[in-house]
Design a protein around this ligand. Structure first.
Ligand code: ADP
Length: 512
């Protein structure tokens, strides 16, 4: 099944139902039906073909998540054209790095897009409700291919690099196996309105589009200028009658802090799905206090397979809960743990690295066979078989029922004076200190080059009693001595990347 075939499978039969509800430039909510979206997508597909693009060509789609952008990426899928989604906020230099690496034939932006300095030979074009206007034609390409096949590249995502340097993750149409596994979770139905909050360059937005359209539901993109202001954000969710919100945990931080009553009063919201990083437990507890009936789903995974698992957060959270479960892989996939020597880890509590068995694994990192070989490794259970699995770099352990608990990244384990420390464990201990809402711990080199732990802590606005010495004393009581941070910095908020995850590099830079 190809990407667009999956996306249209439900909506095709209901052309009058809303596929996308979005905020117009004049501030009204406008609806695009499945029928209109299909028409638009057909127009784009013809225009792309007319511009000389076909199977194997690559285009950059620079856009927010909009009905037209969705129609365009579906048109690309149909034509066998690889799309590389990029957000309008992307700095020029980063876009240049992407285009230098990926060598796209065409850059497409919305009519109001302001990107101007794309160097030749990249063609340039605008897309909107009228169709596609080519400004500088793409170079013609030789085209021996006739039929789009599942192993063709559907899209490429340049990751934000929280897990290493930015890489071009090449994803084929087999990602539809992930989408089908996701739908089997039964998270949304045709009447749902699914808010999407991640920028288009983050594949979480593609997950949202698949969840909404694949279910025959309605996608509701939340504009940036709305998302960053808690009152506006919550007002928008209510006005658009959103039932389900997808996003990284940080989108809830300001609403929980500044607009708890408004958050509690949302009338249609019944489900929240988060992905990308841990949801700090104090914030999750607060969410459950305010919205006891809202289902919260922890989605775990990486760009290399779009995602891997969905697990309901227990409601209410047990008092003594240490960490959230990420469950087990979605239907059609499997996750196993292996130790450093490649031996299977099964006993509860023992930590191993997550290896993902899935038909929707990425094809490779663009133009980087070495990095690809480090991530797509021979199946440790049967290395001679020739099959490969995804070595995620994520450490986890199993619970009594076989469910998985994410512990941290392999590369976030640090050695300090001979002691192995899992940074996430220190963070979770600090979260338990009354009045802390979120925390990030970094291992940073001191003047003598020895690593030392530095905790960045965000107290709740009403945490009057919060004091650093008390927190340090608490850490000394609850953590092994070598795990106690030697420095604490109190912040009003943690910096986040353009994808909304904790920006550890920015924190490290603050101390440099
Ligand atoms: P980047 O952050 O580099 O842009 P990804 O978005 O692919 O790249 O990041 C995937 C990583 O994020 C996973 O390997 C894992 O470490 C972390 N992650 C994803 N989902 C969760 C989750 N639900 N809980 C904890 N960590 C998560």
């Amino acid at each position: 099944m190809l990407l667009h075939e999956f996306m249209w499978a439900r909506g095709r039969a209901t052309p009058d139902r809303p596929a996308v509800v979005e905020l117009s430039e004049t501030g009204e909510l406008v609806s695009t039906s499945y029928g209109r979206l299909a028409e638009l997508s057909d127009t784009y597909a013809s225009a792309l073909a007319e511009a000389g693009l076909g199977i194997g060509d690559r285009v950059v789609i620079e856009s927010d998540t909009t009905a037209t952008a969705v129609a365009l990426l579906l048109a690309c899928s149909r034509q066998g054209i690889t799309f590389i989604p990029v957000s309008p906020e992307t700095p020029d230099q980063r876009l240049r790095n992407i285009t230098d690496a990926a060598r796209p034939a065409l850059h497409l932006q919305a009519p109001r897009g302001v990107r101007t300095n794309l160097a030749e030979p990249i063609g340039t074009a605008r897309f909107g409700t009228h169709g596609i206007t080519v400004e500088r034609p793409p170079l013609p390409s030789a085209r021996p291919r006739r039929e789009v096949v599942e192993t063709d590249t559907a899209y490429m995502i340049f990751t934000s690099g929280t897990t290493g340097r930015p890489k071009g993750v090449v994803m084929s149409h087999r990602v539809t196996a992930f989408y089908r596994g996701m739908l089997a979770e039964g998270m949304v139905g045709t009447d749902d309105r699914v808010a999407t909050t991640s920028p288009l360059q983050f594949d979480f937005s593609l997950l949202d589009i698949g969840l909404a359209l694949g279910s025959g539901a309605t996608l509701v993109p939340v504009p940036r200028q709305v998302l960053y202001f808690p009152r506006r954000f919550l007002g928008f969710l209510e006005a658009a009658r959103v039932t389900h919100v997808d996003g990284v945990p940080s989108i809830w931080r300001a609403p929980l802090r500044h607009e708890p009553e408004l958050l509690a009063s949302l009338s249609a919201l019944s489900g929240i799905l988060f992905c990308g990083e841990d949801f700090p437990l104090p914030e999750l507890r607060r969410m459950q206090e305010l919205r006891p009936d809202t289902r919260v789903i922890n989605c775990y995974g990486a760009t290399e397979s779009m995602a891997a698992s969905f697990e309901d957060v227990p409601n209410p959270l047990p008092e003594d809960l240490q960490r959230l479960s990420i469950g087990n892989a979605h239907r059609g996939a499997d996750m196993l743990l292996f130790d450093e020597k490649g031996a299977l880890v099964t006993e509860p509590g023992a930590v191993g690295e997550i290896h993902l068995y899935s038909p929707s694994l990425f094809t490779g990192y663009f133009d980087d066979p070495e990095a690809t070989a480090r991530a797509l490794v021979p199946d440790p259970l049967d290395p001679a078989s020739g099959r490969t699995v995804l070595r995620t770099g994520d450490l986890a352990h199993r619970g009594e029922k076989g469910e998985l608990y994410f512990v941290g990244r392999r590369d976030s384990q640090v050695q300090i004076r001979g002691n192995r420390i899992e940074i996430g464990e220190v963070e979770r201990a600090i979260e338990e200190f009354p009045g802390v809402t979120s925390v990030a711990v970094l291992a940073l080199p001191r003047a003598d080059e020895e690593l030392a732990l530095h905790a960045f802590v965000v107290p709740a606005p009403d945490a009057g009693t919060f004091s650093e010495p008390a927190l340090a004393a608490f850490c000394k009581k609850t953590l092994n001595p070598y795990m106690v941070p030697s420095r604490f910095t109190v912040l009003t908020r943690l910096p986040v990347t353009s994808n909304g995850k904790t920006d550890r590099r920015a924190l490290a830079a603050q101390t440099a």
